[in-house]
Design a protein around this ligand. Structure first.
Ligand code: GLN
Length: 483
């Protein structure tokens, strides 16, 4: 049961082979057993979950079933959900109960999906290893001494350990793709503006985008059919016609032009990862694709640019956590200013404070032109690199992360080493493009992710490319031992 796809489970639900209630109970049992060690979930609420499952069974019995109805999924704890604790991995929101549903939560609810719980994450989605959560580190189910990646590491570990069928993630600089890569999953960050950010706690608003994390591209297409679409409550949501993301899954890849950026295969890439990517290239060649060498010359600037812009936006977004409106408030203080200071000093962790300091600095009057403005200009050049590249190819392929999952604690004291984890993912966010990671093999028994970058709104082609690969390989259905 635990290795079945959304499509298979949906068929079983329709034929009555299994009920949504039974499915939810089975997964809750697994969470009970494995979560104390993996720590993928921050909140489980069996009462809420089971009542959703019962409701799904009623919908199915009345014939109101869509592909997600009755399917148990997990939601990253960055989405506000009515009646659910919504912490964003922070002490600041430790006891915050969502007063309304985020756009994404609402869409899954309307589809009749069942929420198994809220998944752990780096505090306010800042991190690449899931070590900065106030609720403890998450373990990688493939090797429990290693990180699952971040910031959607709880969602990734939950799917990898089969504690849910699929999950949501958010990606500001790689937080869907990098943990998908490190945990042997498929993860998609859609084009900016495709999925509603309403009720998704903001980190860096011009970069944040939600997307699916699942085992296969076929499952991700079904999730995108639920998640995608215009939301007038989000001013950056794009009003475009509704898409069927499954429509191109089975198209042949004959004649597809795949670009290989030379900057993604140079210094810093682990040889084990490189070998796996090279093997996947031969697989695509057999499927009829053609390869073109391309260049994204400004790649190396993406990390410095991101670490100016993302903290700048974060410093502004996080100013709302002031102890007045919601969240944590320091228990003792002398006056208003002292209350702000103590609340923020006690409520935020070290990485979040570092970002607020950097962000405030680069936005300050004396440094704005030198840092923030400059970074915005280079952001434009980075986007232009991709626009030029897509003149020569249909999609871009490369590694998702420079290495496989690293040891817990290995990079925790070295922020720059941690930031370098995102060298291949960040430019995609800066350009607003869609990016995806799919499992492509193993290096030293650890999963390796292959990144597929598409042109704006080309998600269905990317899913087609990934699906074609998943029809001739089985990396995506491998399971870690001992789960
Ligand atoms: N690792 C990056 C950061 O710490 C990206 C995080 C994300 O995508 N949410 O900012």
């Amino acid at each position: 049961m635990i290795n079945k796809s959304i499509k298979e489970l949906s068929r079983m639900l329709r034929s009555g082979q299994v009920s949504s209630l039974e499915l939810a109970q089975e997964y809750l049992k697994r969470i009970d057993k494995l979560n104390p060690e993996i720590n993928a979930f921050v909140t489980v609420d069996p009462e809420l979950t089971l009542s959703q499952a019962k409701h799904a069974d009623i919908l199915i019995s009345k014939g109101h079933q869509n592909p997600l109805t009755g399917i148990p999924i997990a939601q990253k704890d960055i989405f506000v959900a009515k009646g659910w604790k919504t912490t964003c991995g922070s002490k600041m929101l430790e006891n915050f109960i969502g007063p309304y549903d985020a756009g994404v939560i609402e869409k899954f609810d309307n589809a009749g999906a069942v929420n198994l719980g809220k998944t752990n994450m780096d505090e306010f989605a800042m991190g690449s290893s899931n070590e900065t959560s106030y609720f403890g580190k998450v373990k990688n189910p493939w090797d429990r001494d290693r990180v699952p990646g971040g910031s959607s590491g709880g969602s990734a570990a939950a799917v990898a350990a089969r504690l849910c069928v699929a999950a949501t993630g958010t990606d500001t600089g790689g937080s869907i793709r990098q943990p998908a890569s490190l945990c042997g999953l498929s993860g998609l960050k859609p084009t900016y503006g495709t999925v509603s950010r309403y009720g998704m706690i903001a980190f860096a608003s011009s970069l944040d985008q939600a997307g699916p994390m699942a085992r296969s591209c076929e499952d991700m297409a079904l999730m995108m059919n639920v998640m995608g679409g215009f939301d007038e409550r989000d001013s950056t949501s794009l009003n475009r016609p509704v898409e069927d993301y499954s429509r191109d899954l089975n198209k042949p890849l004959q004649g597809l032009r795949i670009g290989l950026p030379k900057e993604y295969f140079g210094e810093g890439l682990d040889t084990g990862v490189d070998q796996v990517i090279q093997q996947s290239i031969s697989e695509f060649r057999k499927l009829g694709a053609e390869f073109v060498d391309i260049s994204l010359p400004n790649t190396k600037l993406s990390i410095p640019v991101y670490y100016v812009l993302a903290p700048a936006e974060a410093s502004s977004n996080l100013s709302r956590f002031d102890g007045v409106r919601y969240g944590y408030r320091a228990p003792e203080y002398n006056d208003l200013i002292d209350m702000y200071c103590k609340t923020r000093a006690q409520g935020f962790g070290a990485e979040v404070k570092r970002r607020i300091l950097i962000g405030t600095y680069v936005l300050s009057a004396g440094y704005y032109d030198a840092y923030y403005l400059k970074a915005q200009q280079i952001r434009r050049l980075i986007a232009q690199d991709f626009i030029n590249a897509f003149e020569e190819c249909d999609i871009i392929l490369g590694p998702t992360a420079p290495s496989t999952a690293f040891k817990t604690g290995e990079k925790a004291d070295d922020p720059v080493a941690m930031y370098l984890q995102d060298i291949y993912t960040i430019a995609v966010n800066l350009a607003g493009l869609p990016g995806m990671s799919i499992p492509a093999g193993f290096a030293g028994n650890l999963p390796v992710g292959l990144q597929i970058i598409g042109n704006y709104f080309d998600e269905s082609r990317m899913l087609n490319v990934g699906h074609a690969y998943q029809q001739v390989t089985d990396w995506h259905s491998r399971m870690p031992e001992g789960i």
